[in-house]
Design a binder for this molecule. Structure first.
Ligand SMILES: [Zn+2]
Length: 342
């Protein structure tokens, strides 16, 4: 057997193993236990917490507007939570990025008549799917009914019942398809996963995410926020500008500490062993993302930012069709347990 065949067979076996264990993890989750918590943020604006990313909800006479929709098995619970605050139909769902804990309900809400809107790269990545070597997961291409039907490149504004919902794309940060939403009159921002309030974030480098991009995006959000802006994060509790500032400063500290290690040629394992975030872990490492996994993503990001490793499909939305076949060299060990997204 030629070595390329061996690599391909190994990659295939790995992919199947990862997919199988992820499916098991998904199936094991007891969705019936999930409760949707509705938090009033401002007049007509709510944050819904359940399983997955924090949802933003705007209700007006023109209908309801949802920002992200968590996982498919909790769609009915989300619908019930929306119905508890408005009799109006959900007209739009905006996805802040393509991760499954933010787009999982798309099919159900589209089926209920909502128009799904997202950045161009969200649709492209959902369409193609991905073998993600960092998160050790395979994401299958989405069913057509779950895809955004309106996509935008830079910005889009929704004018609903006297409110303006201004969604804008930022350069590669958490992924390469991130959008944040500003409620211009209510002084509320939904950051998507550009903010994990109080914890280390997921940094999805294989989806085009970049540490420096996260920092730049948070700087952009801080420039927009006023002193009393209410901030709905991608994960965690309702935030203040001070929370966003603290998160941004933590990311900058991480970059400052890890950059010299990467420049010195340290591997991801060596960076983790050096424990450069030891004093930060007590505050930031208590959430879903622990320091070793975060450092692995930071290492992968800085290797690309410093030009040590060529970025994969840089500047392009598409996951190359050949990525599954090209992945063997970077394929994670099949014995490593999968990392579920929050
Ligand atoms: Zn995410």
């Amino acid at each position: 057997m030629k070595s390329s065949h061996v690599r391909l067979a190994f990659a295939l076996a790995t992919t199947i193993a990862i997919a199988a264990s992820l499916t098991a993890a998904y199936a094991q989750r007891d969705w019936s236990k999930v409760e949707i918590k509705t938090i009033a943020v401002a007049p007509r604006i709510y944050m819904l917490q359940g399983a997955g990313g924090d949802i933003g909800l705007f209700v007006g006479d023109d209908g309801a507007f949802l920002i992200d929709d968590q996982y498919a098995p909790v769609s009915d619970k989300i619908k019930a939570a929306v119905a508890a605050v408005t009799p109006k139909p959900i007209r739009f769902v905006l996805n802040t990025h393509w991760h499954g804990d933010h787009v999982g309900g798309n099919e159900a809400f589209a089926g209920g008549g909502a128009v799904i809107v997202a950045h161009d790269n969200v649709r492209t990545r959902m369409l193609v799917g991905q073998l993600n070597e960092l998160m050790k997961r395979t994401v299958d291409p989405a069913v057509p009914a779950a895809l955004p039907v309106i996509t935008f490149t830079d910005t889009v504004t929704f004018h609903l019942d006297g409110e303006e919902l201004f969604a804008f794309h930022v350069p590669p940060a958490h992924t390469d398809g991130d959008a944040a939403v500003v409620f211009r009159h209510a002084d509320v921002i939904h950051t998507g996963d550009l903010l994990f309030n109080g914890t280390y974030p997921v940094l999805d480098v294989p989806s085009g995410g970049r540490l420096s991009g996260m920092i730049a995006a948070d700087d952009q959000l801080l420039a927009i926020a006023g002193p009393s802006t209410k901030i709905i994060p991608g994960h965690g509790n309702l935030a203040t500008p001070a929370d966003l500032r603290a998160f941004r400063d933590m990311l900058a500290t991480v970059r400052e500490r890890v950059t010299p290690l990467v420049k010195a040629g340290k591997s991801a394992d060596e960076v983790i062993a050096a424990a450069p975030l030891a004093d930060l872990d007590g505050k930031w490492g208590q959430g879903f993302m622990k320091a070793p996994d975060f450092l692995r993503a930071v290492h992968m990001s800085l290797m690309r930012e410093l030009g040590i490793v060529a970025p994969v499909a840089a500047g392009s939305a598409a996951v190359p069709a050949a990525s599954a076949a090209a992945a063997p060299t970077a394929t994670p060990s099949p014995t490593t347990s999968p990392t579920p997204h929050p």
